[in-house]
Design a protein around this ligand. Structure first.
Ligand SMILES: Nc1ccn([C@@H]2O[C@H](COP(=O)(O)OP(=O)(O)OP(=O)(O)O)[C@@H](O)[C@H]2O)c(=O)n1
Length: 419
């Protein structure tokens, strides 16, 4: 009979066991409780937090404690689960419903590892492998595996062949379409923070999930670019190179998302026009809006991606732009109200330029050049024009003329230095 906390049969489970064995920092401790009822947990002072599952917060540590449970799928989609969490559910029964063997290990309080599905062996061999056919019960696991592959690529992990086959079956069955946009986006966003987000995209592509979830991106493979600017030719390959450069430049997932989106407009170029892509910048904005609406992408991600798509070629051509065009570009990038937006646009443009085969170590002086012109533009203020007695529209016109002047002066100075 469980009457005090010390009587509970408790195991550390999931990511904490995995990451501890990998020598990684453990941020979250999840525990499983075997042999207790929901009422006993409440009587011990645990606070129930799970709506769908019996998950509780420890009265003192606030760590998550879940009752051992089995789950069976009922119908399509995530909500259709029959969950059973009575005290007779065993540790092994709970572990077998989990996604990957490396996630299906438990550790007893005395340190013993309970590993009925050989997670440690897979961990040592650097393999992501599903535990059982129950893997398919939650299609989101296709994205989870791709995300773990992106995270653990640095340790040499690969996906077991039969797991990739299972993921392919899930993707081609159309079941990914039943996932809510919120769950899909959450996985994508997390994947974008990993050290190798390009692996996430490559895995999704390899199992056919990218085509289902993000066809506008999937389409870029096979669309050529002019070889003189893009020795890698393929737009999909180029996008992966840009993403890798973006990872080097910024930890911000929205910068990485914008890198993925910057050439989506190329998917709309009629084949007869290949390998050129006139107008893909503006065409891409519509595609990004469509992707953002479908995946419920946050507005700041959408805004950055759309601006990068629209203006990346202009930024690349920065030195050729007239001062008035530079000012227009800066204003369209909301350079005064949102300095971070312009800084991120310039980062992605740099990633785009360096994300071409053989260009990895090139310089990208356009970014500093635009940033410096923005700085001088910002310094023009309304006060002197107001003091001259100008009003309303006249102040705005005078300020614009003054901004163009200071930009022209700075442009001449910077170009003289660069030449
Ligand atoms: N769709 C899911 C979600 C979770 N789990 C299981 O629940 C555990 C905890 O899930 P979560 O906290 O999402 O993942 P972690 O493995 O802890 O990974 P992360 O480090 O990304 O938090 C996982 O280890 C896995 O055993 C699962 O099998 N299927």
């Amino acid at each position: 009979m469980v009457t005090k906390l010390a009587d509970l049969e408790v195991y550390l489970v999931g990511g904490a066991v995995r990451d501890q064995l990998l020598g990684r920092k453990v941020l979250e401790h999840d525990y499983m409780v075997v042999g207790a009822s929901q009422q006993q947990m409440l009587d011990l002072g645990f606070q129930q937090v799970g709506k769908d599952f019996p998950v509780f917060l420890h009265p003192e540590t606030k760590d998550e404690y879940a009752l051992a449970r089995t789950e069976r799928k009922q119908g399509q989609g995530y909500t259709g689960f029959i969950c059973y969490a009575e005290p007779d559910v065993t540790l092994e029964q709970d572990l077998i419903r989990r996604d990957l063997t490396v996630n299906a290990m438990a550790q007893a309080p005395n340190g013993d590892l309970i590993d009925p599905y050989h997670g440690q062996q897979d961990l040592d061999n650097r393999i992501l492998r599903h535990v059982s056919p129950a893997f398919s019960e939650d299609p989101l696991r296709v994205l989870r595996v791709a995300r773990f592959a992106a995270r653990y690529h640095q340790y040499g992990f690969t996906i077991a062949d039969d797991t990739l086959e299972l993921m392919t079956n899930i993707a081609t069955s159309g079941e990914l379409k039943a996932l809510s946009a919120e769950r899909v986006w959450k996985e994508m966003e997390r994947a974008l923070t990993e050290p190798n987000p390009e692996v996430f995209i490559e895995v999704l592509r390899a199992c056919g999930a990218l085509k289902e979830l993000w066809p506008e991106l999937d389409k870029l493979w096979g669309i050529p670019n002019p070889v003189e600017h893009h020795p890698e030719i393929c737009s999909g390959e180029h996008t992966m190179l840009v993403l890798k450069q973006a990872v080097k430049l910024s930890a911000e997932p929205k910068v990485r998302f914008a890198a993925l989106c910057h050439d989506l407009g190329k998917g709309l170029t009629p084949e007869a026009k290949w390998p050129k892509h006139y107008g893909h910048e503006l065409a891409g904005v519509k595609v990004i809006e469509q992707v953002a609406a479908r995946l419920k992408v946050p507005n700041d991600y959408k805004l950055l991606a759309a601006k990068v798509s629209q203006f990346h070629l202009n930024v690349h051509r920065a030195f050729e732009l007239k001062p008035s065009t530079v000012l227009k570009l800066l204003e369209q990038c909301e350079y005064q109200r949102k300095p971070e937006l312009l800084a991120n646009i310039l980062l992605v443009c740099r990633a785009d330029s360096l994300g071409r085969m053989g260009a990895e170590h090139n310089d990208y002086p356009q970014a500093d050049y635009i940033a410096e012109l923005a700085n001088v533009g910002k310094q023009v203020i309304a006060k002197p024009f107001v003091e001259q007695g100008l009003q309303g529209k006249a102040i705005k016109e005078a300020m614009t003329a003054a901004k163009i002047n200071v930009i022209a002066e700075k442009k001449a100075e910077l170009l003289a230095k660069l030449s």
